[in-house]
Design a protein around this ligand. Structure first.
Ligand SMILES: CC(C)(COP(=O)(O)OP(=O)(O)OC[C@H]1O[C@@H](n2cnc3c(N)ncnc32)[C@H](O)[C@@H]1OP(=O)(O)O)[C@@H](O)C(=O)NCCC(=O)NCCS
Length: 201
């Protein structure tokens, strides 16, 4: 595993984080390579449309293996959420190795269908931002299909703005094309938004 910086270690100290979201007990903690099989199981239960925004198909072992590799190399930082039935969500900050884009990172967030609408996606996104700040990221991007109402509403609330729409950028397994919406936010804007909502930490 890559050695995390002092700032990242500081963020990691705050886990495991145990919360109750509308009566549901959820624990948040950093992903470790041993989580691969449980994550594969989580991904395979997601609606197929919900994984189109991913860079990799994590319903396949190869996709999970690449995730674990990125985690070990310090290119990806992931927070997992677990309830009594196992993994119920994750958020990821994915860095780029492009020399001129090191100030930017991708954010990905996903919650199990059983855990939606209780504030878990918002919480996981905020946790991912704490990590992005510790990593010195200035701008965070999220990609999604434009029909992901939940994702659009959540990101908009957090200060993200639409920045690009790529027509027919994705083709699902049935051969249907989907547009790709890219939303982005400056980390400082996100922090201002978070204080406006009265949330600390
Ligand atoms: C996006 C996603 C993570 C949201 O997760 P969630 O746990 O349901 O989100 P939350 O309960 O924290 O909702 C936060 C806010 O988002 C908005 N929201 C969430 N789902 C919504 C929906 N279906 N329709 C409209 N608004 C929605 C609401 O404003 C909600 O706040 P409120 O409940 O206080 O009104 C989840 O829908 C998901 O996994 N989608 C598929 C994957 C995806 O597209 N990810 C985004 C790409 S990075």
């Amino acid at each position: 595993m890559a050695e995390p910086s002092a700032k990242v270690k500081e963020v990691l100290k705050h886990y495991p984080l145990r919360v109750k979201l509308e009566g549901c007990a959820v624990t948040l903690r950093p992903m470790v390579p041993a989580d691969g099989p449980a994550l594969l199981d989580f991904a395979r239960k997601l609606p197929q449309h919900d994984i189109l925004f991913l860079r990799r198909d994590i319903t396949k072992q190869e996709g999970i293996d690449k995730w674990v590799k990125d985690l070990e190399h310090g290119i990806m930082y992931s927070i997992l959420a677990e309830d009594a039935d196992g993994i119920c969500g994750y958020s990821i900050i994915h860095l780029t190795d492009l020399e001129w884009s090191k100030h930017m990172a991708d954010l990905r967030v996903s919650t199990a269908e059983r855990s939606r609408g209780i504030g878990l996606g918002r919480l996981l996104t905020r946790e991912a931002f704490n990590m992005a700040m510790a990593l010195g990221i200035e701008k965070v991007m999220a990609r999604m299909t434009p029909d992901q109402q939940g994702a659009r509403a959540l990101f908009q609330e957090l200060g993200f703005q639409p920045e690009a729409l790529l027509k027919d950028a994705m083709k699902d397994r049935a051969g249907n094309y989907h547009d790709l919406l890219v939303m982005a936010v400056n980390v400082q804007t996100f922090l201002a938004q978070r204080s406006a909502y009265g949330v600390g930490g």
